[in-house]
Design a protein around this ligand. Structure first.
Ligand SMILES: *Cc1c(COP(=O)(O)O)cnc(C)c1O
Length: 490
């Protein structure tokens, strides 16, 4: 199956490419993204058969259905990385919390956030093809806190790969920062940016599109790619767990084959939600995808009002920092799918030039037939964490935003699978504030210990060990100095 471009073709880049090309060169014509030319379709019978499969087998099947040009053995090697998750048979368990509410816990991998679900196998696939081609790659990763640790973990010491990871100084939790700055590996460079996540992601996108930067890299025999969800290589692995959610509910006898369910996705760059949208188009019985945001609620107005307006919007730092983002990359892939490339190019140009685009009523209606949206502020999130722990379920602040959707957006009485995108251990000071209804400034170490002893929950070793690890990266710079900093590193 081939891949095409969201904003159409410029006559210079190839107009159709294979999977390997799309993941090695994620920037398409006119600054667009790669998308599959068509989606595979799975029948109900097929979904029923999937209940017999392991997570890895399901993932293999879904990747094969996209006819990716990756050898089977290399795919298997990549998928075997799921064996290192907490439960070797179930990397993302679906847990019943109450009534119609289920949680898909996506944080059981090495860096304790859902980014591992895709970045672990993606990193393996990308390094394998780079090695087979004898090519060197610089992988850029911009992070609001979870992509960075996951990308560093997956590419560490990989032959022919170097990683430059950009994070906003002060924009991540302490644990997230430590996960990055203590990561050793000759091939890793961690760079704190004086700015917010949008600044980091904008810098990444302009480097990806810059011919002069690419030419300088080529002098060093190095090519350029990215680990963010602009890369379709991440999205493809993010389709799998939505199928898994459904299959798990079937296995647990919570639904019957064909019964529709809601998915609720705490969203930022919209990669997680996009995976759900593709799963639905591939035949998974999904009623609707419910999207939650925090106080940075551009996605809420995009879906509810058809307006994406960044004028007068300023990013605010919240207790769910992985969703502190205003420019969401993957809505472009949704708009391509619904409105085509000519219109997508027009809308994205409006966003670039006027900081705003507006959908027609017809377009808005179409979008709302697939998605509903709401947002949760920190006060609501903290209250939710406390209430749910009193009933025995501990969740992180990102997961807590989903409860708002569960409580207010469901029009039908169907099962709802909420995505838990991070473990509480990554945001323990906020969680402790929630549990004690106070505003004390706890350190991560203190909060981890208190919650762990008060509520008898375990802190995994990889989090515990962070506080004794040596700091390897101290670089903090302004965006202007990014390019030279990266070149020096190479
Ligand atoms: C990245 C992230 C999100 C947002 O996911 P997108 O795919 O970018 O929408 C939500 N929660 C956590 C904890 C994350 O790390």
């Amino acid at each position: 199956m081939s891949f095409i471009e969201t904003r159409g073709n410029d006559g210079i880049k190839p107009s159709e490419v294979e999977f390997s090309y799309a993941i090695l060169n994620p920037s398409a014509s006119f600054g667009g993204l790669y998308i599959p030319k068509e989606l595979p379709n799975f029948s109900q019978d097929f979904i029923s058969e999937c209940t017999k499969l392991s997570y890895k087998e399901l993932a293999f099947l879904i990747l094969k259905s996209f006819r990716v040009d990756i050898e089977d053995g290399d795919l298997e090697t990549a998928l075997n990385l799921y064996d290192a998750f907490d439960d070797v048979n179930n990397p993302s368990p679906v847990v019943k919390v109450k009534d119609n509410l289920f949680v898909n816990e996506q944080y059981h991998g090495p860096t304790r956030a859902f980014k591992d679900m895709a970045l672990q196998p993606f990193g393996s696939v990308l390094s394998t093809i780079a090695k087979k081609r004898g090519e060197n790659y610089l992988i850029l990763a911009a992070t609001s806190g979870d992509t960075g640790p996951a990308a560093l973990n997956t590419f560490k010491n990989k032959e022919g790969i170097k990683v430059a990871c950009l994070y906003p100084v002060g924009g991540t939790s302490d644990v997230q920062r430590l996960q990055m700055v203590t990561e050793d590996g000759e091939n890793l460079k961690v760079i704190g940016i004086n700015g917010d996540f949008d600044d980091a992601q904008n810098a990444l996108k302009s480097l990806l599109a810059s011919d002069t930067f690419k030419a300088t890299l080529l002098e060093k025999h190095t090519k350029l790619s990215a680990a963010n969800s602009v890369n379709f290589g991440r999205i493809i692995f993010q389709i799998v767990y939505h199928f898994w959610s459904y299959i798990e509910l079937l296995r647990q006898n919570e639904i019957e084959l064909g019964e529709k369910i809601y998915l609720t996705v705490p969203s930022g760059n919209f990669g997680n939600a996009l995976g759900g949208y593709y799963a639905k188009k591939m035949g998974l019985p999904i009623e609707k995808i419910l999207i939650t945001s925090n106080a940075n609620n551009v996605l809420t107005s995009w879906i509810n009002d058809g307006v994406y307006d960044l004028n007068d919007k300023k990013l605010v730092l919240t207790k769910s920092p992985a969703m502190d983002i205003l420019k969401s990359s993957n809505i472009e892939r949704i708009m391509y799918d619904m409105f085509g490339s000519i219109r997508t190019k027009e809308l994205m140009e409006d966003l670039n030039n006027k900081n705003c685009f507006t959908l027609t009523d017809e377009e808005k209606t179409k979008l709302q037939s697939e998605f509903s949206a709401t947002f949760s502020d920190d006060a609501y999130g903290l209250k939710t964490i406390k209430t749910y722990l009193e009933d025995g379920y501990l969740m992180d602040p990102h997961t807590a935003t989903c409860i708002k959707a569960y409580e207010t957006l469901m029009e039908k009485s169907l099962k709802n699978v909420v995505y838990s995108t991070a473990e509480w251990t990554k945001f323990s000071p906020s969680v402790l504030n929630a549990l004690r209804s106070d505003e004390v400034k706890y350190s991560d170490k203190e909060a981890l210990e208190k919650i762990s002893s008060d509520f008898n929950v375990k802190v995994p070793d990889m989090i515990h060990g962070l506080f004794d690890k040596e700091i390897k990266h101290t670089c903090e710079i302004n965006i202007e100095d990014l390019e030279s900093e990266i070149i020096n590193f190479l």
